[in-house]
Design a protein around this ligand. Structure first.
Ligand code: GDP
Ligand code: MN
Length: 379
């Protein structure tokens, strides 16, 4: 789950990381009023869950509250990378001397958190990473010991930060580590972390990603979820406890178990098809859950066939078959459906589906091949 800039910076600030004064606004009128409160010179920042807002024209400086209102009107009418701007953050403008990149994120390969820093922060950080990777400093953090102050100082030295800022930087780094750890974040990023002309170090931008698997113990963060920006099918799936990710292909997949779901997608691709989604209905999937999953798959108009690959263990195949039948009653699917049922109560499951006009398959390869053929015919 991604957090908005204003949400991330509010969290940063609770951990002692300096942020600009500011508030979020949903109308140009509000933006004007906030600008007045802040003394006129402000920056108007679109709040959408994508990067590169600056380059897309979604971050603009205003010299007074009248211009703030005008720019807010303009930015609130924008779409950035397909996302409509519904809110803007109105922050006191800073006079910038230097832009630093600083983040803590997961390094999956190293199985450790890692600090990433660069003296060349700002909107071109991707280009810096691609063209001059030596300008990006990485220091791993031992998850049991946590971030040590000397490591933060090492980073300050490595990015040639003047000595007078070391203390501030260490404090910000330690704060960001606490943010990352206590929020179950997979990313806590400040880009840019600026040094202002009056020699202050401030987090001008903020970005956080939270591990979805930890949300059960992060009720305060879960509340911050902005469902406006999720695919409606993903929101619906979450309601039923289904792991669902929409993809670009045309073969809908309903599988129990994440590993089996990944394998099914691979085998579909092996036979020249493209999956329309990842879906793990989970262990012991009830018929209601299966019905919900089928409804969700079928709301995608590009789906031309559905592959059911069920390996019955805790999940009982007869229960899944009942779910499929219930869903068919309700949604009356027009696309061909290929089903492979093996394991617990598979025979009963197959018998239940005998008259359901489905294509049956014995093996996963067979099922994948048949669904690729069916999808080709259908499109
Ligand atoms: P992003 O493009 O989505 O990463 O949005 P940022 O919040 O990082 O803003 C993009 C760029 O706008 C920053 O790198 C700065 O160069 C500039 N910017 C943002 N806020 C201010 C500000 O208060 N004053 C000045 N002078 N520039 C700013
Ligand atoms: Mn940024």
């Amino acid at each position: 789950m991604k957090l908005h800039e204003y949400q991330s910076k509010t969290i940063f600030s609770k951990y002692g990381i300096p942020i600009p004064k500011g508030r979020v606004a949903a109308t140009a009128d509000e933006a004007k009023q906030i600008a007045e409160e802040l003394g006129g010179r402000v920056v108007i920042k679109s709040q959408v869950l994508v990067g590169g807002r600056g380059k897309a024209g979604g971050v603009k400086l205003a010299k007074d509250s009248a211009e703030a209102e005008q720019l807010a009107t303009q930015i609130l009418g924008m779409e950035i990378k397909g996302l409509p701007v519904r809110k803007v953050l109105v922050d006191e403008a800073s006079a910038i001397d230097q832009e630093i990149y600083f983040a803590i994120t997961d390094d999956r390969a190293a199985k450790k958190p890692v600090m990433i820093a660069s003296a060349a922060g700002g909107i071109d950080i991707e280009e810096v990473a691609a063209k001059t990777p030596e300008k990006i400093i990485k220091v791993h953090i031992d998850p049991l010991l946590g971030l040590r102050e000397y490591q933060a100082r090492d980073v300050a030295v490595a990015i040639d930060l003047p000595r007078e800022y070391w203390k501030d930087f260490v404090k910000i780094a330690m704060g960001l580590w606490e943010v990352y750890k206590n929020s179950d974040a997979t990313l806590a990023e400040i880009n840019p972390l600026v040094i202002t002309k009056d020699k202050k170090m401030i987090a001008l931008d903020g970005k956080m990603m939270i591990d979805d698997n930890a949300l059960f113990r992060q009720p305060n963060l879960t509340e911050l979820r902005d469902t406006d920006e999720d695919a409606p099918s993903e929101i619906e799936a979450r309601k039923y406890g289904l792991s669902f990710i929409k993809l670009d292909g045309n073969i809908g997949c309903m599988v129990n178990g994440a590993g089996l779901a990944m394998t099914s997608m691979d085998v579909i691709k092996l036979f020249g098809g493209e999956p329309a989604n990842f879906l793990d209905v989970g262990g012991g999937a009830s018929s209601e859950k299966v019905a919900a999953a089928m409804r969700i798959i079928l709301t995608d108009p590009s789906v031309k066939a559905i592959l059911f690959n069920i390996f019955g263990g805790i999940t009982r195949c007869d229960e899944v078959a009942r779910g499929i039948l219930a869903a068919m009653e309700e949604v009356k699917p027009k696309v061909p459906m290929v089903v492979r049922l093996v394991g617990t109560n598979a025979e009963e499951g197959r018998r239940l589906l005998e008259n359901a006009n489905m294509i049956t398959a014995e093996t996963l390869a067979d099922a994948a091949k048949k669904s690729v053929e069916a999808a080709k015919k259908g499109s």
